[in-house]
Design a protein around this ligand. Structure first.
Ligand code: ATP
Ligand code: MG
Length: 569
């Protein structure tokens, strides 16, 4: 019923082009009738926040479920109570939903299956396919051998079924300390695949579990829990990252040897890596705990919550993961391609506003004091339905310090003594004087305006080369703006040593006393706006009624490479 009709020959050829090897496999399985519907899962371990790599796995698994009218389960892989926390569970759910996906009724936890997994472990013992080992973790590693040398059998490998069963039950009953005993699958200590050299499948861990409390003091490990959980949930295609390729024979060994209710198959795709970014939970955790960033959702973090706070739209992240596609070989994607997606989407949806980040005061000498005019400006020229807003104009306003030069080079088309420029939406102005303080710093610019140029055009047809933005002084809202650069200075952080050595110490710059146009007054937290001529900015959650904060989401154009080049020049 869920099977899609095969593509017809008369369709546009593009529709027949295969998207990727996983969708090809699914199409084949549906066509052959091997499966009649598709069930995938996203199985995070709740020991940290999700990052953009996880977003790739989420978009792939949920995306496939949507495309094939199937289901995607959200399953918390909660088999290690010493590292997992409820905070992470809640954050992961929020992130998946924010990305735009819905698991419906299919929220699962590996811990829901602890009793079943335990009985399958006893099943293996009863088949003489698992045994209790007393070797320590260090000894087990020594006995395991290497890629070149086979392992050695543990001296405890030939315990009787009855003894193994009795010991396993004592393990469960809490009669041993952590590390005293483990349950191992009895496979082959000489296997060319180290994962098959009698892998540990249960370990003792006296720790309280967020969901099962103190019911258990033994926990299954990933390899034993994962495939069997897939089988219980009748997952058809268990999609994971390439490092699990060598675990697939073990996955299949359990599925073949246990009386599981379905026979899922595992497929592997390449992890996402991004330049100027680290994507390992261990490293991200370290950035947080050692306070290199303000938290998991610091806008410089490659976490989903960090991007959200930074102002990236969910649709841009989804689009990015689709565009990069999936493959079987690991590669590193340029972070600029993610940023380009963000820019492209924001250009379509973001409201336009004026903001001055480094204000320089301008006074129009021939404009009446105390007068206010209002101009109507489009909210978004790319969106006809976005309407207009009112912008106030007064005798005193702010422009960007960078938009004025006292002694400009030839190619500088903005404001300078004696030069005329257009104020966006308003008038032509001409600079008549520059006021300085005792330190010879420019503190104010004096100008005249041409009342005939209202709206930005001169009736006599004279042209100006530059248009600059501005914010009327009496109506300006003060704000703090947080400007960001990549968190790392190297394309591959840690490539030549410690990744922390490659941290960009300039990645956050705080600008205070920025001036925003009045329409930005009640910007909802999380809304991303285009500040004209500057870039995209998103209202930060640290905002209070008396202190407005915006995060720089992304510049209008990519200048990272350029800055680096000029620094090196
Ligand atoms: P990390 O290696 O960052 O600690 P993990 O793989 O241990 O992450 P899990 O919570 O186990 O984190 O991951 C859940 C799912 O997300 C897994 O199926 C995993 O393969 C996938 N995943 C994790 N990192 C990436 C990545 N960089 N690219 C694509 N998928 C990823
Ligand atoms: Mg993992």
């Amino acid at each position: 019923m869920n099977q899609k009709p095969p593509p017809s020959n008369t369709q546009d050829a593009n529709e027949d082009i295969t998207q990727d090897f996983i969708r090809d496999i699914i199409n084949k399985d549906l066509k052959s009738g091997y499966h009649t519907s598709v069930v995938t899962r996203f199985p995070p371990e709740p020991n940290g926040h999700l990052h953009i790599g996880h977003a790739k796995a989420i978009c792939l698994n949920f995306g496939i479920a949507n495309e094939f009218s199937g289901q995607c389960h959200l399953r918390f892989d909660d088999t290690n109570p010493s590292k997992e926390e409820q905070e992470f569970v809640d954050a992961i759910k929020e992130d998946v939903q924010w990305l735009g996906f819905d698991w419906g009724e299919h929220l699962h936890h590996t811990s829901d299956y602890f009793e079943q997994l335990y009985s399958w472990a006893e099943y293996l013992i009863n088949k003489n396919m698992a045994y209790i080992d007393d070797l320590s973790a260090i000894q087990i590693r020594e006995y395991r051998g290497t890629l070149r040398e086979p392992g050695k059998n543990s001296p405890f490998r030939d315990r009787s079924i009855a003894e193994n069963l009795a010991l396993f039950r004592k393990m469960r009953a809490g009669e041993f300390k952590n590390g005293e005993k483990v349950l191992r699958a009895k496979i082959d200590m000489a296997s060319g695949n180290i994962n098959l050299r009698d892998p540990v499948i249960y370990r003792i861990m006296h720790a309280e579990h967020p969901r099962t409390g103190n019911a258990w003091c033994i926990y299954p490990n990933y390899d034993f829990a994962h495939g069997q959980s897939d089988a219980i949930e009748k997952i058809t295609h268990s999609i994971c990252t390439i490092e699990f390729e060598d675990h697939r024979p073990l996955y299949d060994w359990f599925i073949t040897n246990l009386p599981v209710p379905s026979k899922p198959r595992q497929y592997e795709f390449a992890r996402l890596n991004l330049t100027y970014t680290v994507l390992s939970k261990r490293r991200l955790k370290q950035l947080v705990s050692e306070k290199y960033v303000s938290g998991w959702d610091d806008p410089r973090m490659p976490t989903i919550s960090g991007y959200r706070r930074r102002g990236y739209p969910a649709v841009a992240i989804r689009d990015f993961t689709n565009r990069i596609g999936i493959s079987k070989s690991n590669s590193t994607i340029e972070v600029q391609s993610l940023e380009a997606c963000v820019r492209e989407h924001l250009n379509q949806i973001a409201l336009r506003r004026m903001a001055v980040l480094k204000p320089l005061k301008v006074v129009i000498e021939n404009y009446p004091d105390g007068q206010t005019e209002e101009f109507e400006a489009k909210n978004n020229p790319n969106d006809e339905n976005s309407g207009t807003r009112k912008i106030q104009f007064t005798r005193e306003f702010f422009i960007e310090q960078d938009d004025f030069m006292e002694d400009p080079p030839k190619k500088f088309f903005r404001l300078a003594p004696g030069r005329e420029v257009r104020l966006r939406y308003a008038y032509f102005i001409t600079c008549t004087a520059v006021l300085k303080n005792e330190e010879k710093e420019i503190v104010e610019i004096r100008c005249t305006y041409d009342p005939e140029t209202k709206g930005g055009n001169a009736p006599d047809g004279r042209k100006v080369k530059g248009t600059i933005h501005w914010v009327a002084a009496p109506y300006a809202i003060e704000a703090e703006i947080r400007q960001y650069e990549h968190l790392f200075t190297k394309e591959i952080p840690g490539e030549n040593g410690e990744f922390l050595d490659d941290i960009n110490s300039e990645s956050l710059k705080i600008l205070s006393n920025c001036k925003l146009e009045s329409a930005l007054k009640n910007t909802p937290i999380g809304e991303t706006i285009q500040f004209e001529r500057l870039g995209y900015y998103s209202a930060d959650k640290d905002t209070s009624s008396s202190h407005l904060i915006f995060n720089q989401t992304i510049e209008l154009r990519d200048t990272w490479g350029k800055n680096k080049r000029s620094e090196n020049a």
